[in-house]
Ligand binder design. Structure first.
Ligand SMILES: [Zn+2]
Ligand SMILES: [Zn+2]
Length: 350
């Protein structure tokens, strides 16, 4: 064991504050990482405030981690001291179930061990995330950061990036497909970039016309203002695929109308009940699919990092001093960040 530092919430109603805590010494298959940057995800806020009812305190968020390897266990073969590496939303899984065998650890039938607020599979301790100076993770759950990528702006690829890349890849988005992206936050702006890089014709759906120019700057070919009924109706039967990154309840029915037959509407942001209800006819009459997708497996997380390096894709970020984390949460809730805060972990030590 050794003493680490970081920022954690002690309860659902207290702001994040500095803490000292114990990290385990690396086990045989573990890698110890000095954290250089960590992205700030909306899930961090939900969990810190126990909005999903599954928080464990003290709760140290952070699952968009990049850093440098400082030590490796005796059996580690994939990484060595000095390597630049990343850790995303998971740090372990059962490794033998059908999902794990298929490199889909995020769907582990026993439940993956998440990067924070989950019991460690070996010692039962509460996992502590990346708002910290260091982390110790089994090598299977550590990915390599390609040299070409800027380290800080690569961090959000570990969650926002893989979350949007994986469903586009899974459903085989290809050149010429018409893809609609719902919402342009941390996830949505990455979705635009990935769909464009896959050759799709990309349309952003947004509530505010003021985002049109910015959406085009991100690579969108078209913009539909979702509150404008005429624009929505003009898009009827148009899209092959909708990537829905909107994190709050919203009416899916008008969007389903914009899908062609066999079109797929995939949820990655919404994990609450769908309200108002989906009208089943909108699915049945066009053999349309309403689907969901959760992050991606470890192999695919490596794949998206390599894809980003190949296509010069990074996340647009605003660098954050960790001492401003609570203010950053308030700004994220107000939608005031383009598009991801990334903590510069050097600010933890000043
Ligand atoms: Zn996340
Ligand atoms: Zn499993």
């Amino acid at each position: 064991m050794y003493t680490a530092i970081g920022y954690a919430a002690q309860s659902a109603t207290t702001p994040l504050a500095p803490v000292k805590f114990e990290r385990r010494s690396p086990r045989a298959d573990d890698i110890a990482i000095e954290i250089l940057y960590c992205g700030v995800c909306h899930s961090d806020i939900h969990q810190a405030r126990n909005e999903w009812g599954i928080a464990v305190y003290p709760l140290m968020p952070g699952h968009e981690i990049v850093g440098k390897v400082t030590a490796v266990g005796a059996n580690v073969t994939q990484h060595k001291v000095g390597d630049l590496v990343g850790v995303g939303c998971m740090v372990d899984s059962c490794r033998h179930c059908e999902a794990c065998q298929a490199n889909l650890e995020q769907y582990c039938l026993e439940g993956p061990t998440m990067t924070y607020a989950t019991p460690d599979r070996v010692d039962g301790s509460n996992t502590m995330g990346g708002y910290s100076d260091s982390i110790v993770v089994s090598e299977h759950f550590v990915v390599r950061i390609p040299e070409k990528l800027n380290l800080a702006s690569a961090a959000p690829i570990l969650c926002a990036g893989i979350t949007t890349y994986s469903p586009l890849k899974h459903y085989g988005v290809k050149a010429g497909d018409k893809v609609g992206i719902l919402g342009m936050g941390g996830l949505g702006h990455m979705g635009i970039k990935f769909a464009k890089a896959m050759g799709a014709e990309v349309t952003l759906f947004t509530r505010s016309a003021s985002k049109a120019e910015e959406a085009r700057r991100q690579g969108a070919d078209h913009v539909i203002v979702s509150t404008d009924d005429a624009q929505m109706q003009a898009a009827a039967g148009h899209f092959d695929f909708l990537l829905d990154t909107i994190p709050v309840q919203h009416d899916l029915n008008p969007y389903l109308d914009t899908l062609r037959f066999d079109g797929v509407h995939i949820l990655v942001g919404l994990i609450e009940p769908v309200e108002p209800p989906v009208h089943a006819a909108k699915l049945v009459l066009g053999r349309r699919v309403l689907a969901g997708s959760l992050i991606g497996g470890i192999a695919e997380t490596q794949e998206v990092l390599d894809f980003c390096a190949e296509h010069n894709i990074t996340c647009d970020i605003e660098m954050l001093d960790i001492r401003q984390i609570n203010e950053a949460y308030a700004r994220m809730i107000a939608g005031d960040v383009k598009y991801r805060f990334v903590i510069d972990m050097a600010t933890l030590k000043v």
